[in-house]
Write a protein that binds this ligand. Structure first.
Ligand code: IFM
Length: 468
C-alpha cells in the first residue's frame, strides 16, 4: 500500500481524459448573504444561527461573502482560474419563500443572472437543489421527518427544472443528505438541531424519497404545453451528491475489519443501497431496538431507485475504526497517525482511492462519478502587506488528492470531474467563519478577495503548466 503522504509519480492535467470537468463548489447559505432581499423567506439556518450557542461566535450567513451582489467578480475569478464549472446551490426559500405555495420570480431571476454570467465567461452552471437551507415554514410543519416535505421538495424541484432548465448544465438534487438527516435531526449539531435517532432515519428516508421524486419528475418532462415543466429541457445530466464514509480498519484483525464494514452502514449503505434497488442496512436499525425504523411506504424504494446520470462524491478524509463491544454497533472511530487540517480531519489522500474503488465496485460501474467536493480548511493569514496568502499545506493537500484521482481513472474508474471546495472562504455552518476552505481569502470586513497560493497552483494545474 502506498504511504498516505507520498504522491504518485508527477503527471499533469493533460493526463486527465478529454472533457474532464474542473470546478469549484459552494452553497447558497454559505456565500450569498442578502438573506432579507428580493422576497427570500427564512430558512432553518437563519433560525439556527440566531439561536444563542448554536454557531461559534454567534456568526450568521446574513452577509457572508455577499455573493448575491458580487457574483460577477467571483465568476471572473473562476474564469481567470480556468474553471469549467461552478457548482452552486439554489436557496429554496429564495425561490419559494414558504417551501410550498407561491414561487418568487425574483429568486429565480438571481439564478438566471448567475448562470448567464457563468456562461458569458465560458463556465458551466451546476446547480444543487438542496444544500441544507430548508424553508423555516416547512420545518415548522415537521421538517424532513415528515413525509410531506419530500413532496414539497419534488414540487420545488419541478419548478426549478421549468424555470431554470435553459440555464443549468448539470443538476444535483441533494447535497450530503447524511448531514441533513443525522447532523440536523439525530445529533443536533446542524439546523434544525433535533436529537432523535428515529427522526434522523425518517429524515434520511424522506430526503432520498424527495430525491427520487425529483429525478422522476425530471425524467417525465415532456415539454407538452400545460404540463408541469412545459418548455423546460431535460437534457442536462442529473445526479445526487453524498458524503459517504468507507472507514479503514485500525488493524487487519477480523473484528476491526467487521467494525469498518459496519462503519459504512449509516454513512454509506443507508443512502446508496436504496438507489441501487437494495434494502436499507437492517443491522444498523437492529442495533437500536428502542428506535423506530424509517417509515417506508409501498413504492418508496422503487422511487428512490430511479436511475441517475451520475453520482457525486464529497471526500475530505477517511476515518479509522476499531471494534468496540461497548458501542451498540460494535465499532468506534479511533485516532490515526495522520496530520490533520484545521478542522482536525486527518489528511488521507489514499483514502480517496479506497473510497472511489469501494463505491465503483458497489455500484457495479453503473454511472459515472464526480468528486463534487474536496478541499481543506487551513489556518490561513494574509501577508503583512495584505496582498498575498501563502497556503502551502492546501497546495500539498490538493496535489496529493488530484494525483490519487488520476490514479483512479487510470485504474478504470469513470471519474468525470473534480470540484474543489471552495472558491472563497465562507460560512462553515456551526463553526461560523472560523474555518477557511477557500482558494481565495475573504476579508470579511471589506469584502476584499485575495487569491491564495493554492488558487495560482490550481490555475497552473488546469492549464497544464504545473505537474500535479
Ligand atoms: O462546508 C461544507 C459543505 O457545505 C458541505 N461539505 C463539507 C464542507 C466542509 O465542511
Amino acid at each position: 500500500m502506498k504511504d498516505e503522504q507520498t504522491p504518485s509519480r508527477a503527471r499533469s492535467s493533460a493526463d486527465f481524459p478529454t472533457g474532464f470537468l474542473w470546478g469549484v463548489a459552494a452553497a447558497s447559505y454559505q456565500v450569498e448573504g442578502a438573506v432579507n432581499e428580493d422576497g427570500r423567506g427564512p430558512s432553518i439556518w437563519d433560525t439556527f444561527s440566531r439561536t444563542p450557542g448554536k454557531v461559534r461566535h454567534g456568526h450568521t450567513g446574513d452577509v457572508s461573502v455577499d455573493q448575491y451582489h458580487r457574483y460577477p467578480e467571483d465568476v471572473t475569478l473562476m474564469r481567470q482560474l480556468g474553471l469549467g464549472a461552478y457548482r452552486y446551490s439554489i436557496a429554496w426559500p429564495r425561490v419559494q419563500p414558504d417551501g410550498s405555495g407561491a414561487f418568487n420570480q425574483a429568486g429565480f431571476d438571481y439564478y438566471k443572472r448567475l448562470s448567464d454570467e457563468l456562461h458569458r465567461q465560458g463556465i458551466k452552471s451546476a446547480a444543487t437543489l438542496y444544500h441544507w437551507d430548508l424553508p423555516q415554514a416547512l420545518e415548522d410543519a415537521g421538517g424532513w421527518p415528515e413525509r410531506d416535505t419530500a413532496y414539497r421538495f419534488a414540487e420545488y424541484a419541478a419548478a426549478c427544472f421549468a424555470e431554470l432548465g435553459d440555464y443549468v448544465d448539470m443538476w444535483i438534487t441533494l447535497n450530503e443528505p447524511w448531514c441533513s438527516a443525522v447532523l440536523g435531526y439525530d445529533i443536533g449539531e446542524h439546523a434544525p438541531g433535533h436529537t432523535s435517532k428515529s427522526k434522523g432515519w425518517a429524515a434520511g428516508h424522506h430526503l432520498m424519497l424527495g430525491h427520487g421524486l425529483a429525478v422522476h419528475a425530471y425524467r417525465s418532462l415532456s415539454g407538452t404545453a400545460g404540463q408541469p415543466g412545459a418548455g423546460a429541457r431535460a437534457t442536462a445530466p442529473i445526479g445526487v451528491t453524498h458524503n459517504f464514509e468507507t472507514p479503514r480498519p485500525a488493524t487487519l484483525h477480523p473484528e476491526d475489519i467487521e467494525a469498518a464494514d459496519r462503519g459504512a452502514d449509516m454513512r454509506t449503505r443507508f443512502f446508496l443501497d436504496p438507489m441501487l434497488g437494495l434494502p436499507y442496512p437492517e443491522r444498523h436499525f437492529a442495533a437500536y431496538p428502542e428506535e423506530t425504523p424509517p417509515p417506508v411506504l409501498e413504492g418508496d424504494m422503487e422511487i428512490i431507485a430511479t436511475p441517475v446520470d451520475f453520482l457525486g462524491l464529497n471526500y475530505y478524509f477517511e476515518p479509522v475504526v476499531a471494534a468496540d463491544p461497548e458501542h451498540p454497533e460494535g465499532f468506534c472511530v479511533v485516532d490515526s497517525y495522520h496530520e490533520t487540517t484545521d478542522m482536525g480531519w486527518p489528511i488521507t489522500p489514499r483514502g480517496l482511492s479506497r473510497q472511489l474503488h469501494w463505491i465503483w465496485d458497489h455500484i457495479g460501474g453503473r454511472c459515472p462519478l464526480y468528486i463534487t467536493e474536496n478541499g481543506c480548511a487551513m489556518p490561513d493569514d494574509l501577508t503583512p502587506d495584505g496582498m498575498r496568502c501563502h497556503d502551502p499545506l492546501r497546495v500539498q493537500y490538493l496535489r496529493e488528492h488530484f494525483s490519487v484521482a488520476l490514479d483512479a481513472i487510470e485504474e478504470g474508474i469513470d471519474l468525470r470531474g473534480y470540484f474543489v471546495w471552495s472558491l472563497i472562504d465562507n460560512f462553515e455552518w456551526s463553526l461560523g467563519y472560523a474555518k477557511r476552505f477557500g482558494l481565495v481569502y475573504a476579508d470579511y470586513i471589506n469584502q476584499r478577495r485575495v487569491p491564495k497560493d493554492s488558487y495560482f497552483y490550481l490555475r497552473e494545474v488546469i492549464s497544464g503548466a504545473e505537474a500535479l
